[in-house]
Design a protein around this ligand. Structure first.
Ligand code: T1G
Length: 694
């Protein structure tokens, strides 16, 4: 059966693409579209063609699963289809619901017109895959939206809601039903004799563009790109649209597409694309185990984390009951939530209406009884096991049967917290990252007895509230923080041995991290770090140590940004080097008899990131992480690891697991047994294999 259904309704041929799950432009769809267009062209009774998608969406792009396979070479190509469409002698209308993305939107842009449901979205997200819209997207979209908007949309890959797309000229009408609306639009156009100029021939918005527009774009996009190459190449292509004949500019775009397709960044970003989706799949859970509905949420603790979590649920339209022990703490928490929403509204990132709607969904209370009927309760109170166990015992007695009892703890044992209840299967970790209304990672943590239903529910819930969920086992620090201690720990040992905070942070940000480890310490507040390091002191084996640099800085009153000095000195928005910091660091070197030396940036980079890979291998070996890709997803979404490097485990595999293994042996000698390699890494390194052989 063809992937494209063909039927005629009056004088309109309706072509329905039916290729689940997202109607990607696979070989089957391209073949089906080619045949259906031929048929419509040959049928004298047909005066117009409407193309739409079956199921949940229009065409969501080229079929990424066919990239690099023979199927991607099957004719007609997307370009072939576009040539037929752009030269089609009869009216063609793309009728969009769900999403029209990438090649899907590019095909729609070669139709005479586009109509869409108000709930639909369109976009060119190829940049997120390390490539660019290689089927004329950089040439046609700016012809509709104008150059500056075009640059913003294509370099960001953002999805544009249909009403905005109508305003920008990307779609021609909003309809209530794709099929009947598409047909009606075609009929009216035919009846009125309306003519449509092919998008590629509309030049008014790309003519006479001042070159400074591209210089400005390169400056602004370059700052956000953090080392990604595709955004900059996209600007080149859009500039070509404005400065070269269409045919030449289209050829330029194809050439640049091929160059990007061959890049390491494209391979890393495609790895990440599939890893993020794979992370939602939990092996060993029977297919008939379904997620429970989460229609209400209770949160304990109206502090920074509790408030951010409340916003995440309210933003997804889920009512929240926010509890704190006293009215003053509650009022403060609600005040912070209001302030955060106000900032978003003033920045234009959400409307006043969305803010009001979200706030109306958050109900503050000091009475535990108000939580009892919620589908899930998330505890975000003090990071102390005694406090958590007391709360969970109370929740166990209070919450309705079947409610999920979750804790936002960042490293405490879920098994031990669950032991305070008579329903341990309903207890799970839902570890959000600060600021919880912004950070995408939701690290769900299962104990040895968390039920399959609870796991499936919080994984589905993560997606519902716009997070990227990853499932972790309950070893100390779970997936992310357990690795983080080796990244920050090695950074501090490097300081003792001769590197400077400036060099380490420069290397880390050049690598693509959102922020270097020393700056991150200053932002988070080192006084808090000292408290949690004290709490974890027992887990440091005999004969091993942590660097005392953080403690010495705190003793000197240097907590970080909150005291205007930490590793750096802060004057307003300026971050300045401070000789006092180096005195403290050099004092530690002296106390440990370390002769300081110069480090190359390459050595600093390897020493910073290799320990992440080494600990990640241990997490795969002991089952804390289900797969290497999950660790990549956690680090990209929770710790600012550059997505165009695929994640720490993908980076380590490209760098060479044999080199990672050798570095772990050296670190073991230098820092102690916790830093040595595990059996899994040793095996993969010696066999020359990658994580898929884990
Ligand atoms: N090709 C193949 N499979 C795809 C796919 C695609 N384009 N998009 C999604 N899938 C699979 C996905 O792997 C998952 O599979 C299932 O569909 C559901 O996805 C020439 C060359 C459309 C917004 O980048 O953004 O066009 O895990 O969980 O949350 O210029 O999927 O179930 O086995 O994400 O409802 C450009 C990428 C391609 C769109 C739906 N297009 N996809 O989100 O479902 S390059 C994209 C998405 C291109 C041209 C170039 C989202 C979605 P499985 P999901 P969702």
């Amino acid at each position: 059966m063809s992937a494209v259904a063909y039927e005629v309704d009056g004088e309109t041929a309706v072509l329905t693409v039916n290729y689940p799950p997202v109607n990607a432009l696979s070989a089957a769809v391209r073949t089906g579209l080619g045949e259906a267009l031929e048929r419509a062209g040959a049928d004298s009774a047909v005066k117009a063609v409407v193309i739409l998608g079956a199921g949940k969406t229009f065409i969501a792009g080229a079929d990424i699963t066919e990239f690099g396979t023979d199927k991607s070479k099957v004719k007609p190509s997307i370009h072939d289809l576009q040539t037929v469409l752009e030269g089609f002698p009869k009216l063609t209308v793309a009728a969009i619901h769900g999403t029209a993305l990438g090649g899907g939107l590019e095909v729609a842009l070669t139709c005479h017109a586009r109509v869409a449901l108000a709930s639909a979205k369109v976009g060119l997200p190829e940049v997120n895959l390390g490539i660019l819209p290689g089927a004329g997207g950089t040439q046609r979209l700016p012809r509709l939206t104008g150059v500056e908007v075009g640059i913003d949309l294509v370099t960001s890959g953002k999805h544009v809601p249909a009403p905005k797309a109508l305003e920008l000229g990307i779609v021609d009408a909003i309809v209530d039903d794709v099929r009947s609306g598409g047909i009606a639009f075609a009929r009216e156009a035919l009846a009125s004799g309306k003519t449509f100029v092919p998008v590629i021939e509309r030049n008014e918005k790309i003519t006479g563009i001042d070159p400074s527009v591209f210089a400005e774009a390169r400056k602004n996009v370059g700052k956000k790109a953090r080392g990604k190459i595709a955004p900059m190449v996209i600007i080149d292509c859009i500039e070509a649209a404005c400065t070269r004949p269409a045919k030449e500019a289209l050829a330029f775009e194809s050439e640049k597409f091929q160059e990007l397709y061959a890049s390491d960044q494209r391979a890393a970003l495609m790895h990440y694309f599939f890893a993020e989706r794979q992370a939602r799949k939990i092996p060993g859970i029977p297919a008939d185990v379904k997620a429970k509905p989460i229609t209400s949420c209770a949160i304990i603790g109206a502090g920074t984390m509790g408030g951010g979590i409340a916003m995440s649920f309210a933003n997804a339209g889920i009512p929240v009951t926010l509890l704190d022990l006293n009215q003053e703490a509650l009022d403060r928490g609600i005040g912070v939530i209001r302030k955060n929403y106000g900032i978003s509204v003033s920045r234009g990132s959400i409307s006043q209406d969305k803010m009001d709607k979200a706030l109306s969904l958050i109900t503050p209370t000091t009475d535990y009884a108000d939580l009892a009927q919620c589908d899930i309760v998330i505890e975000a109170a003090l990071e102390r096991m005694d406090v958590k166990k007391e709360i969970f015992a109370r929740l166990d007695a209070l919450m309705k049967p079947g409610a999920i009892l979750a804790t936002n703890t960042s490293y405490l044992s879920i098994d031990e917290i669950a032991s305070a209840t008579r329903r341990p299967g309903d207890v799970v970790g839902c570890h959000f990252f600060s600021p919880a209304n912004v950070m995408k990672l939701l690290e769900n943590v299962r104990s040895a007895v968390t039920s399959a239903e609870t796991i499936v529910t919080v994984m589905e819930m993560g997606k519902t509230i716009g997070k990227v969920p990853v499932l972790a086992g309950s070893t100390e620090g779970f997936i992310g923080n357990r690795m983080l201690q080796y990244y920050t720990g090695e950074a501090e040992f490097l300081l003792e041995q001769g590197a400077t905070p400036e060099q380490i942070d420069r290397v880390a940000t050049k690598f693509g991290m959102a922020m270097g480890p020393m700056s991150m310490r200053d932002l988070a507040g080192m006084d808090m770090a000292v408290v949690s390091r004290k709490g974890r002191a027992a887990s440091i084996p005999e004969g091993e140590r942590l660097s005392p640099i953080v403690e010495r800085l705190v003793e000197a009153g240097r907590f970080g940004q909150k005291t205007n000095k930490g590793f750096y000195r802060y004057e307003g928005r300026d971050k300045l080097s401070d000789p006092e910091t180096m005195e403290i660091i050099e004092g530690v070197s002296r106390d440990f008899g370390i002769t300081r030396r110069e480090f190359t940036d390459e050595e600093v980079e390897a020493r910073l990131f290799a320990p992440l890979v080494n600990e990640g291998a241990k997490e795969i070996e002991d089952g804390t992480a289900i797969r290497a890709g999950d660790i990549d997803v956690a680090w990209v979404n929770g710790y600012g690891f550059p997505v165009h490097r695929g994640g720490p485990m993908y980076w380590g595999e490209q760098y060479g697991l044999d080199k990672i293994y050798q570095m772990a042996l050296e670190a073991e000698k230098r820092n102690g047994p916790r830093w040595g390699p595990c059996k899994l890494l040793e095996r993969l390194a010696k066999e020359g294999k990658g994580w898929d052989a884990a």
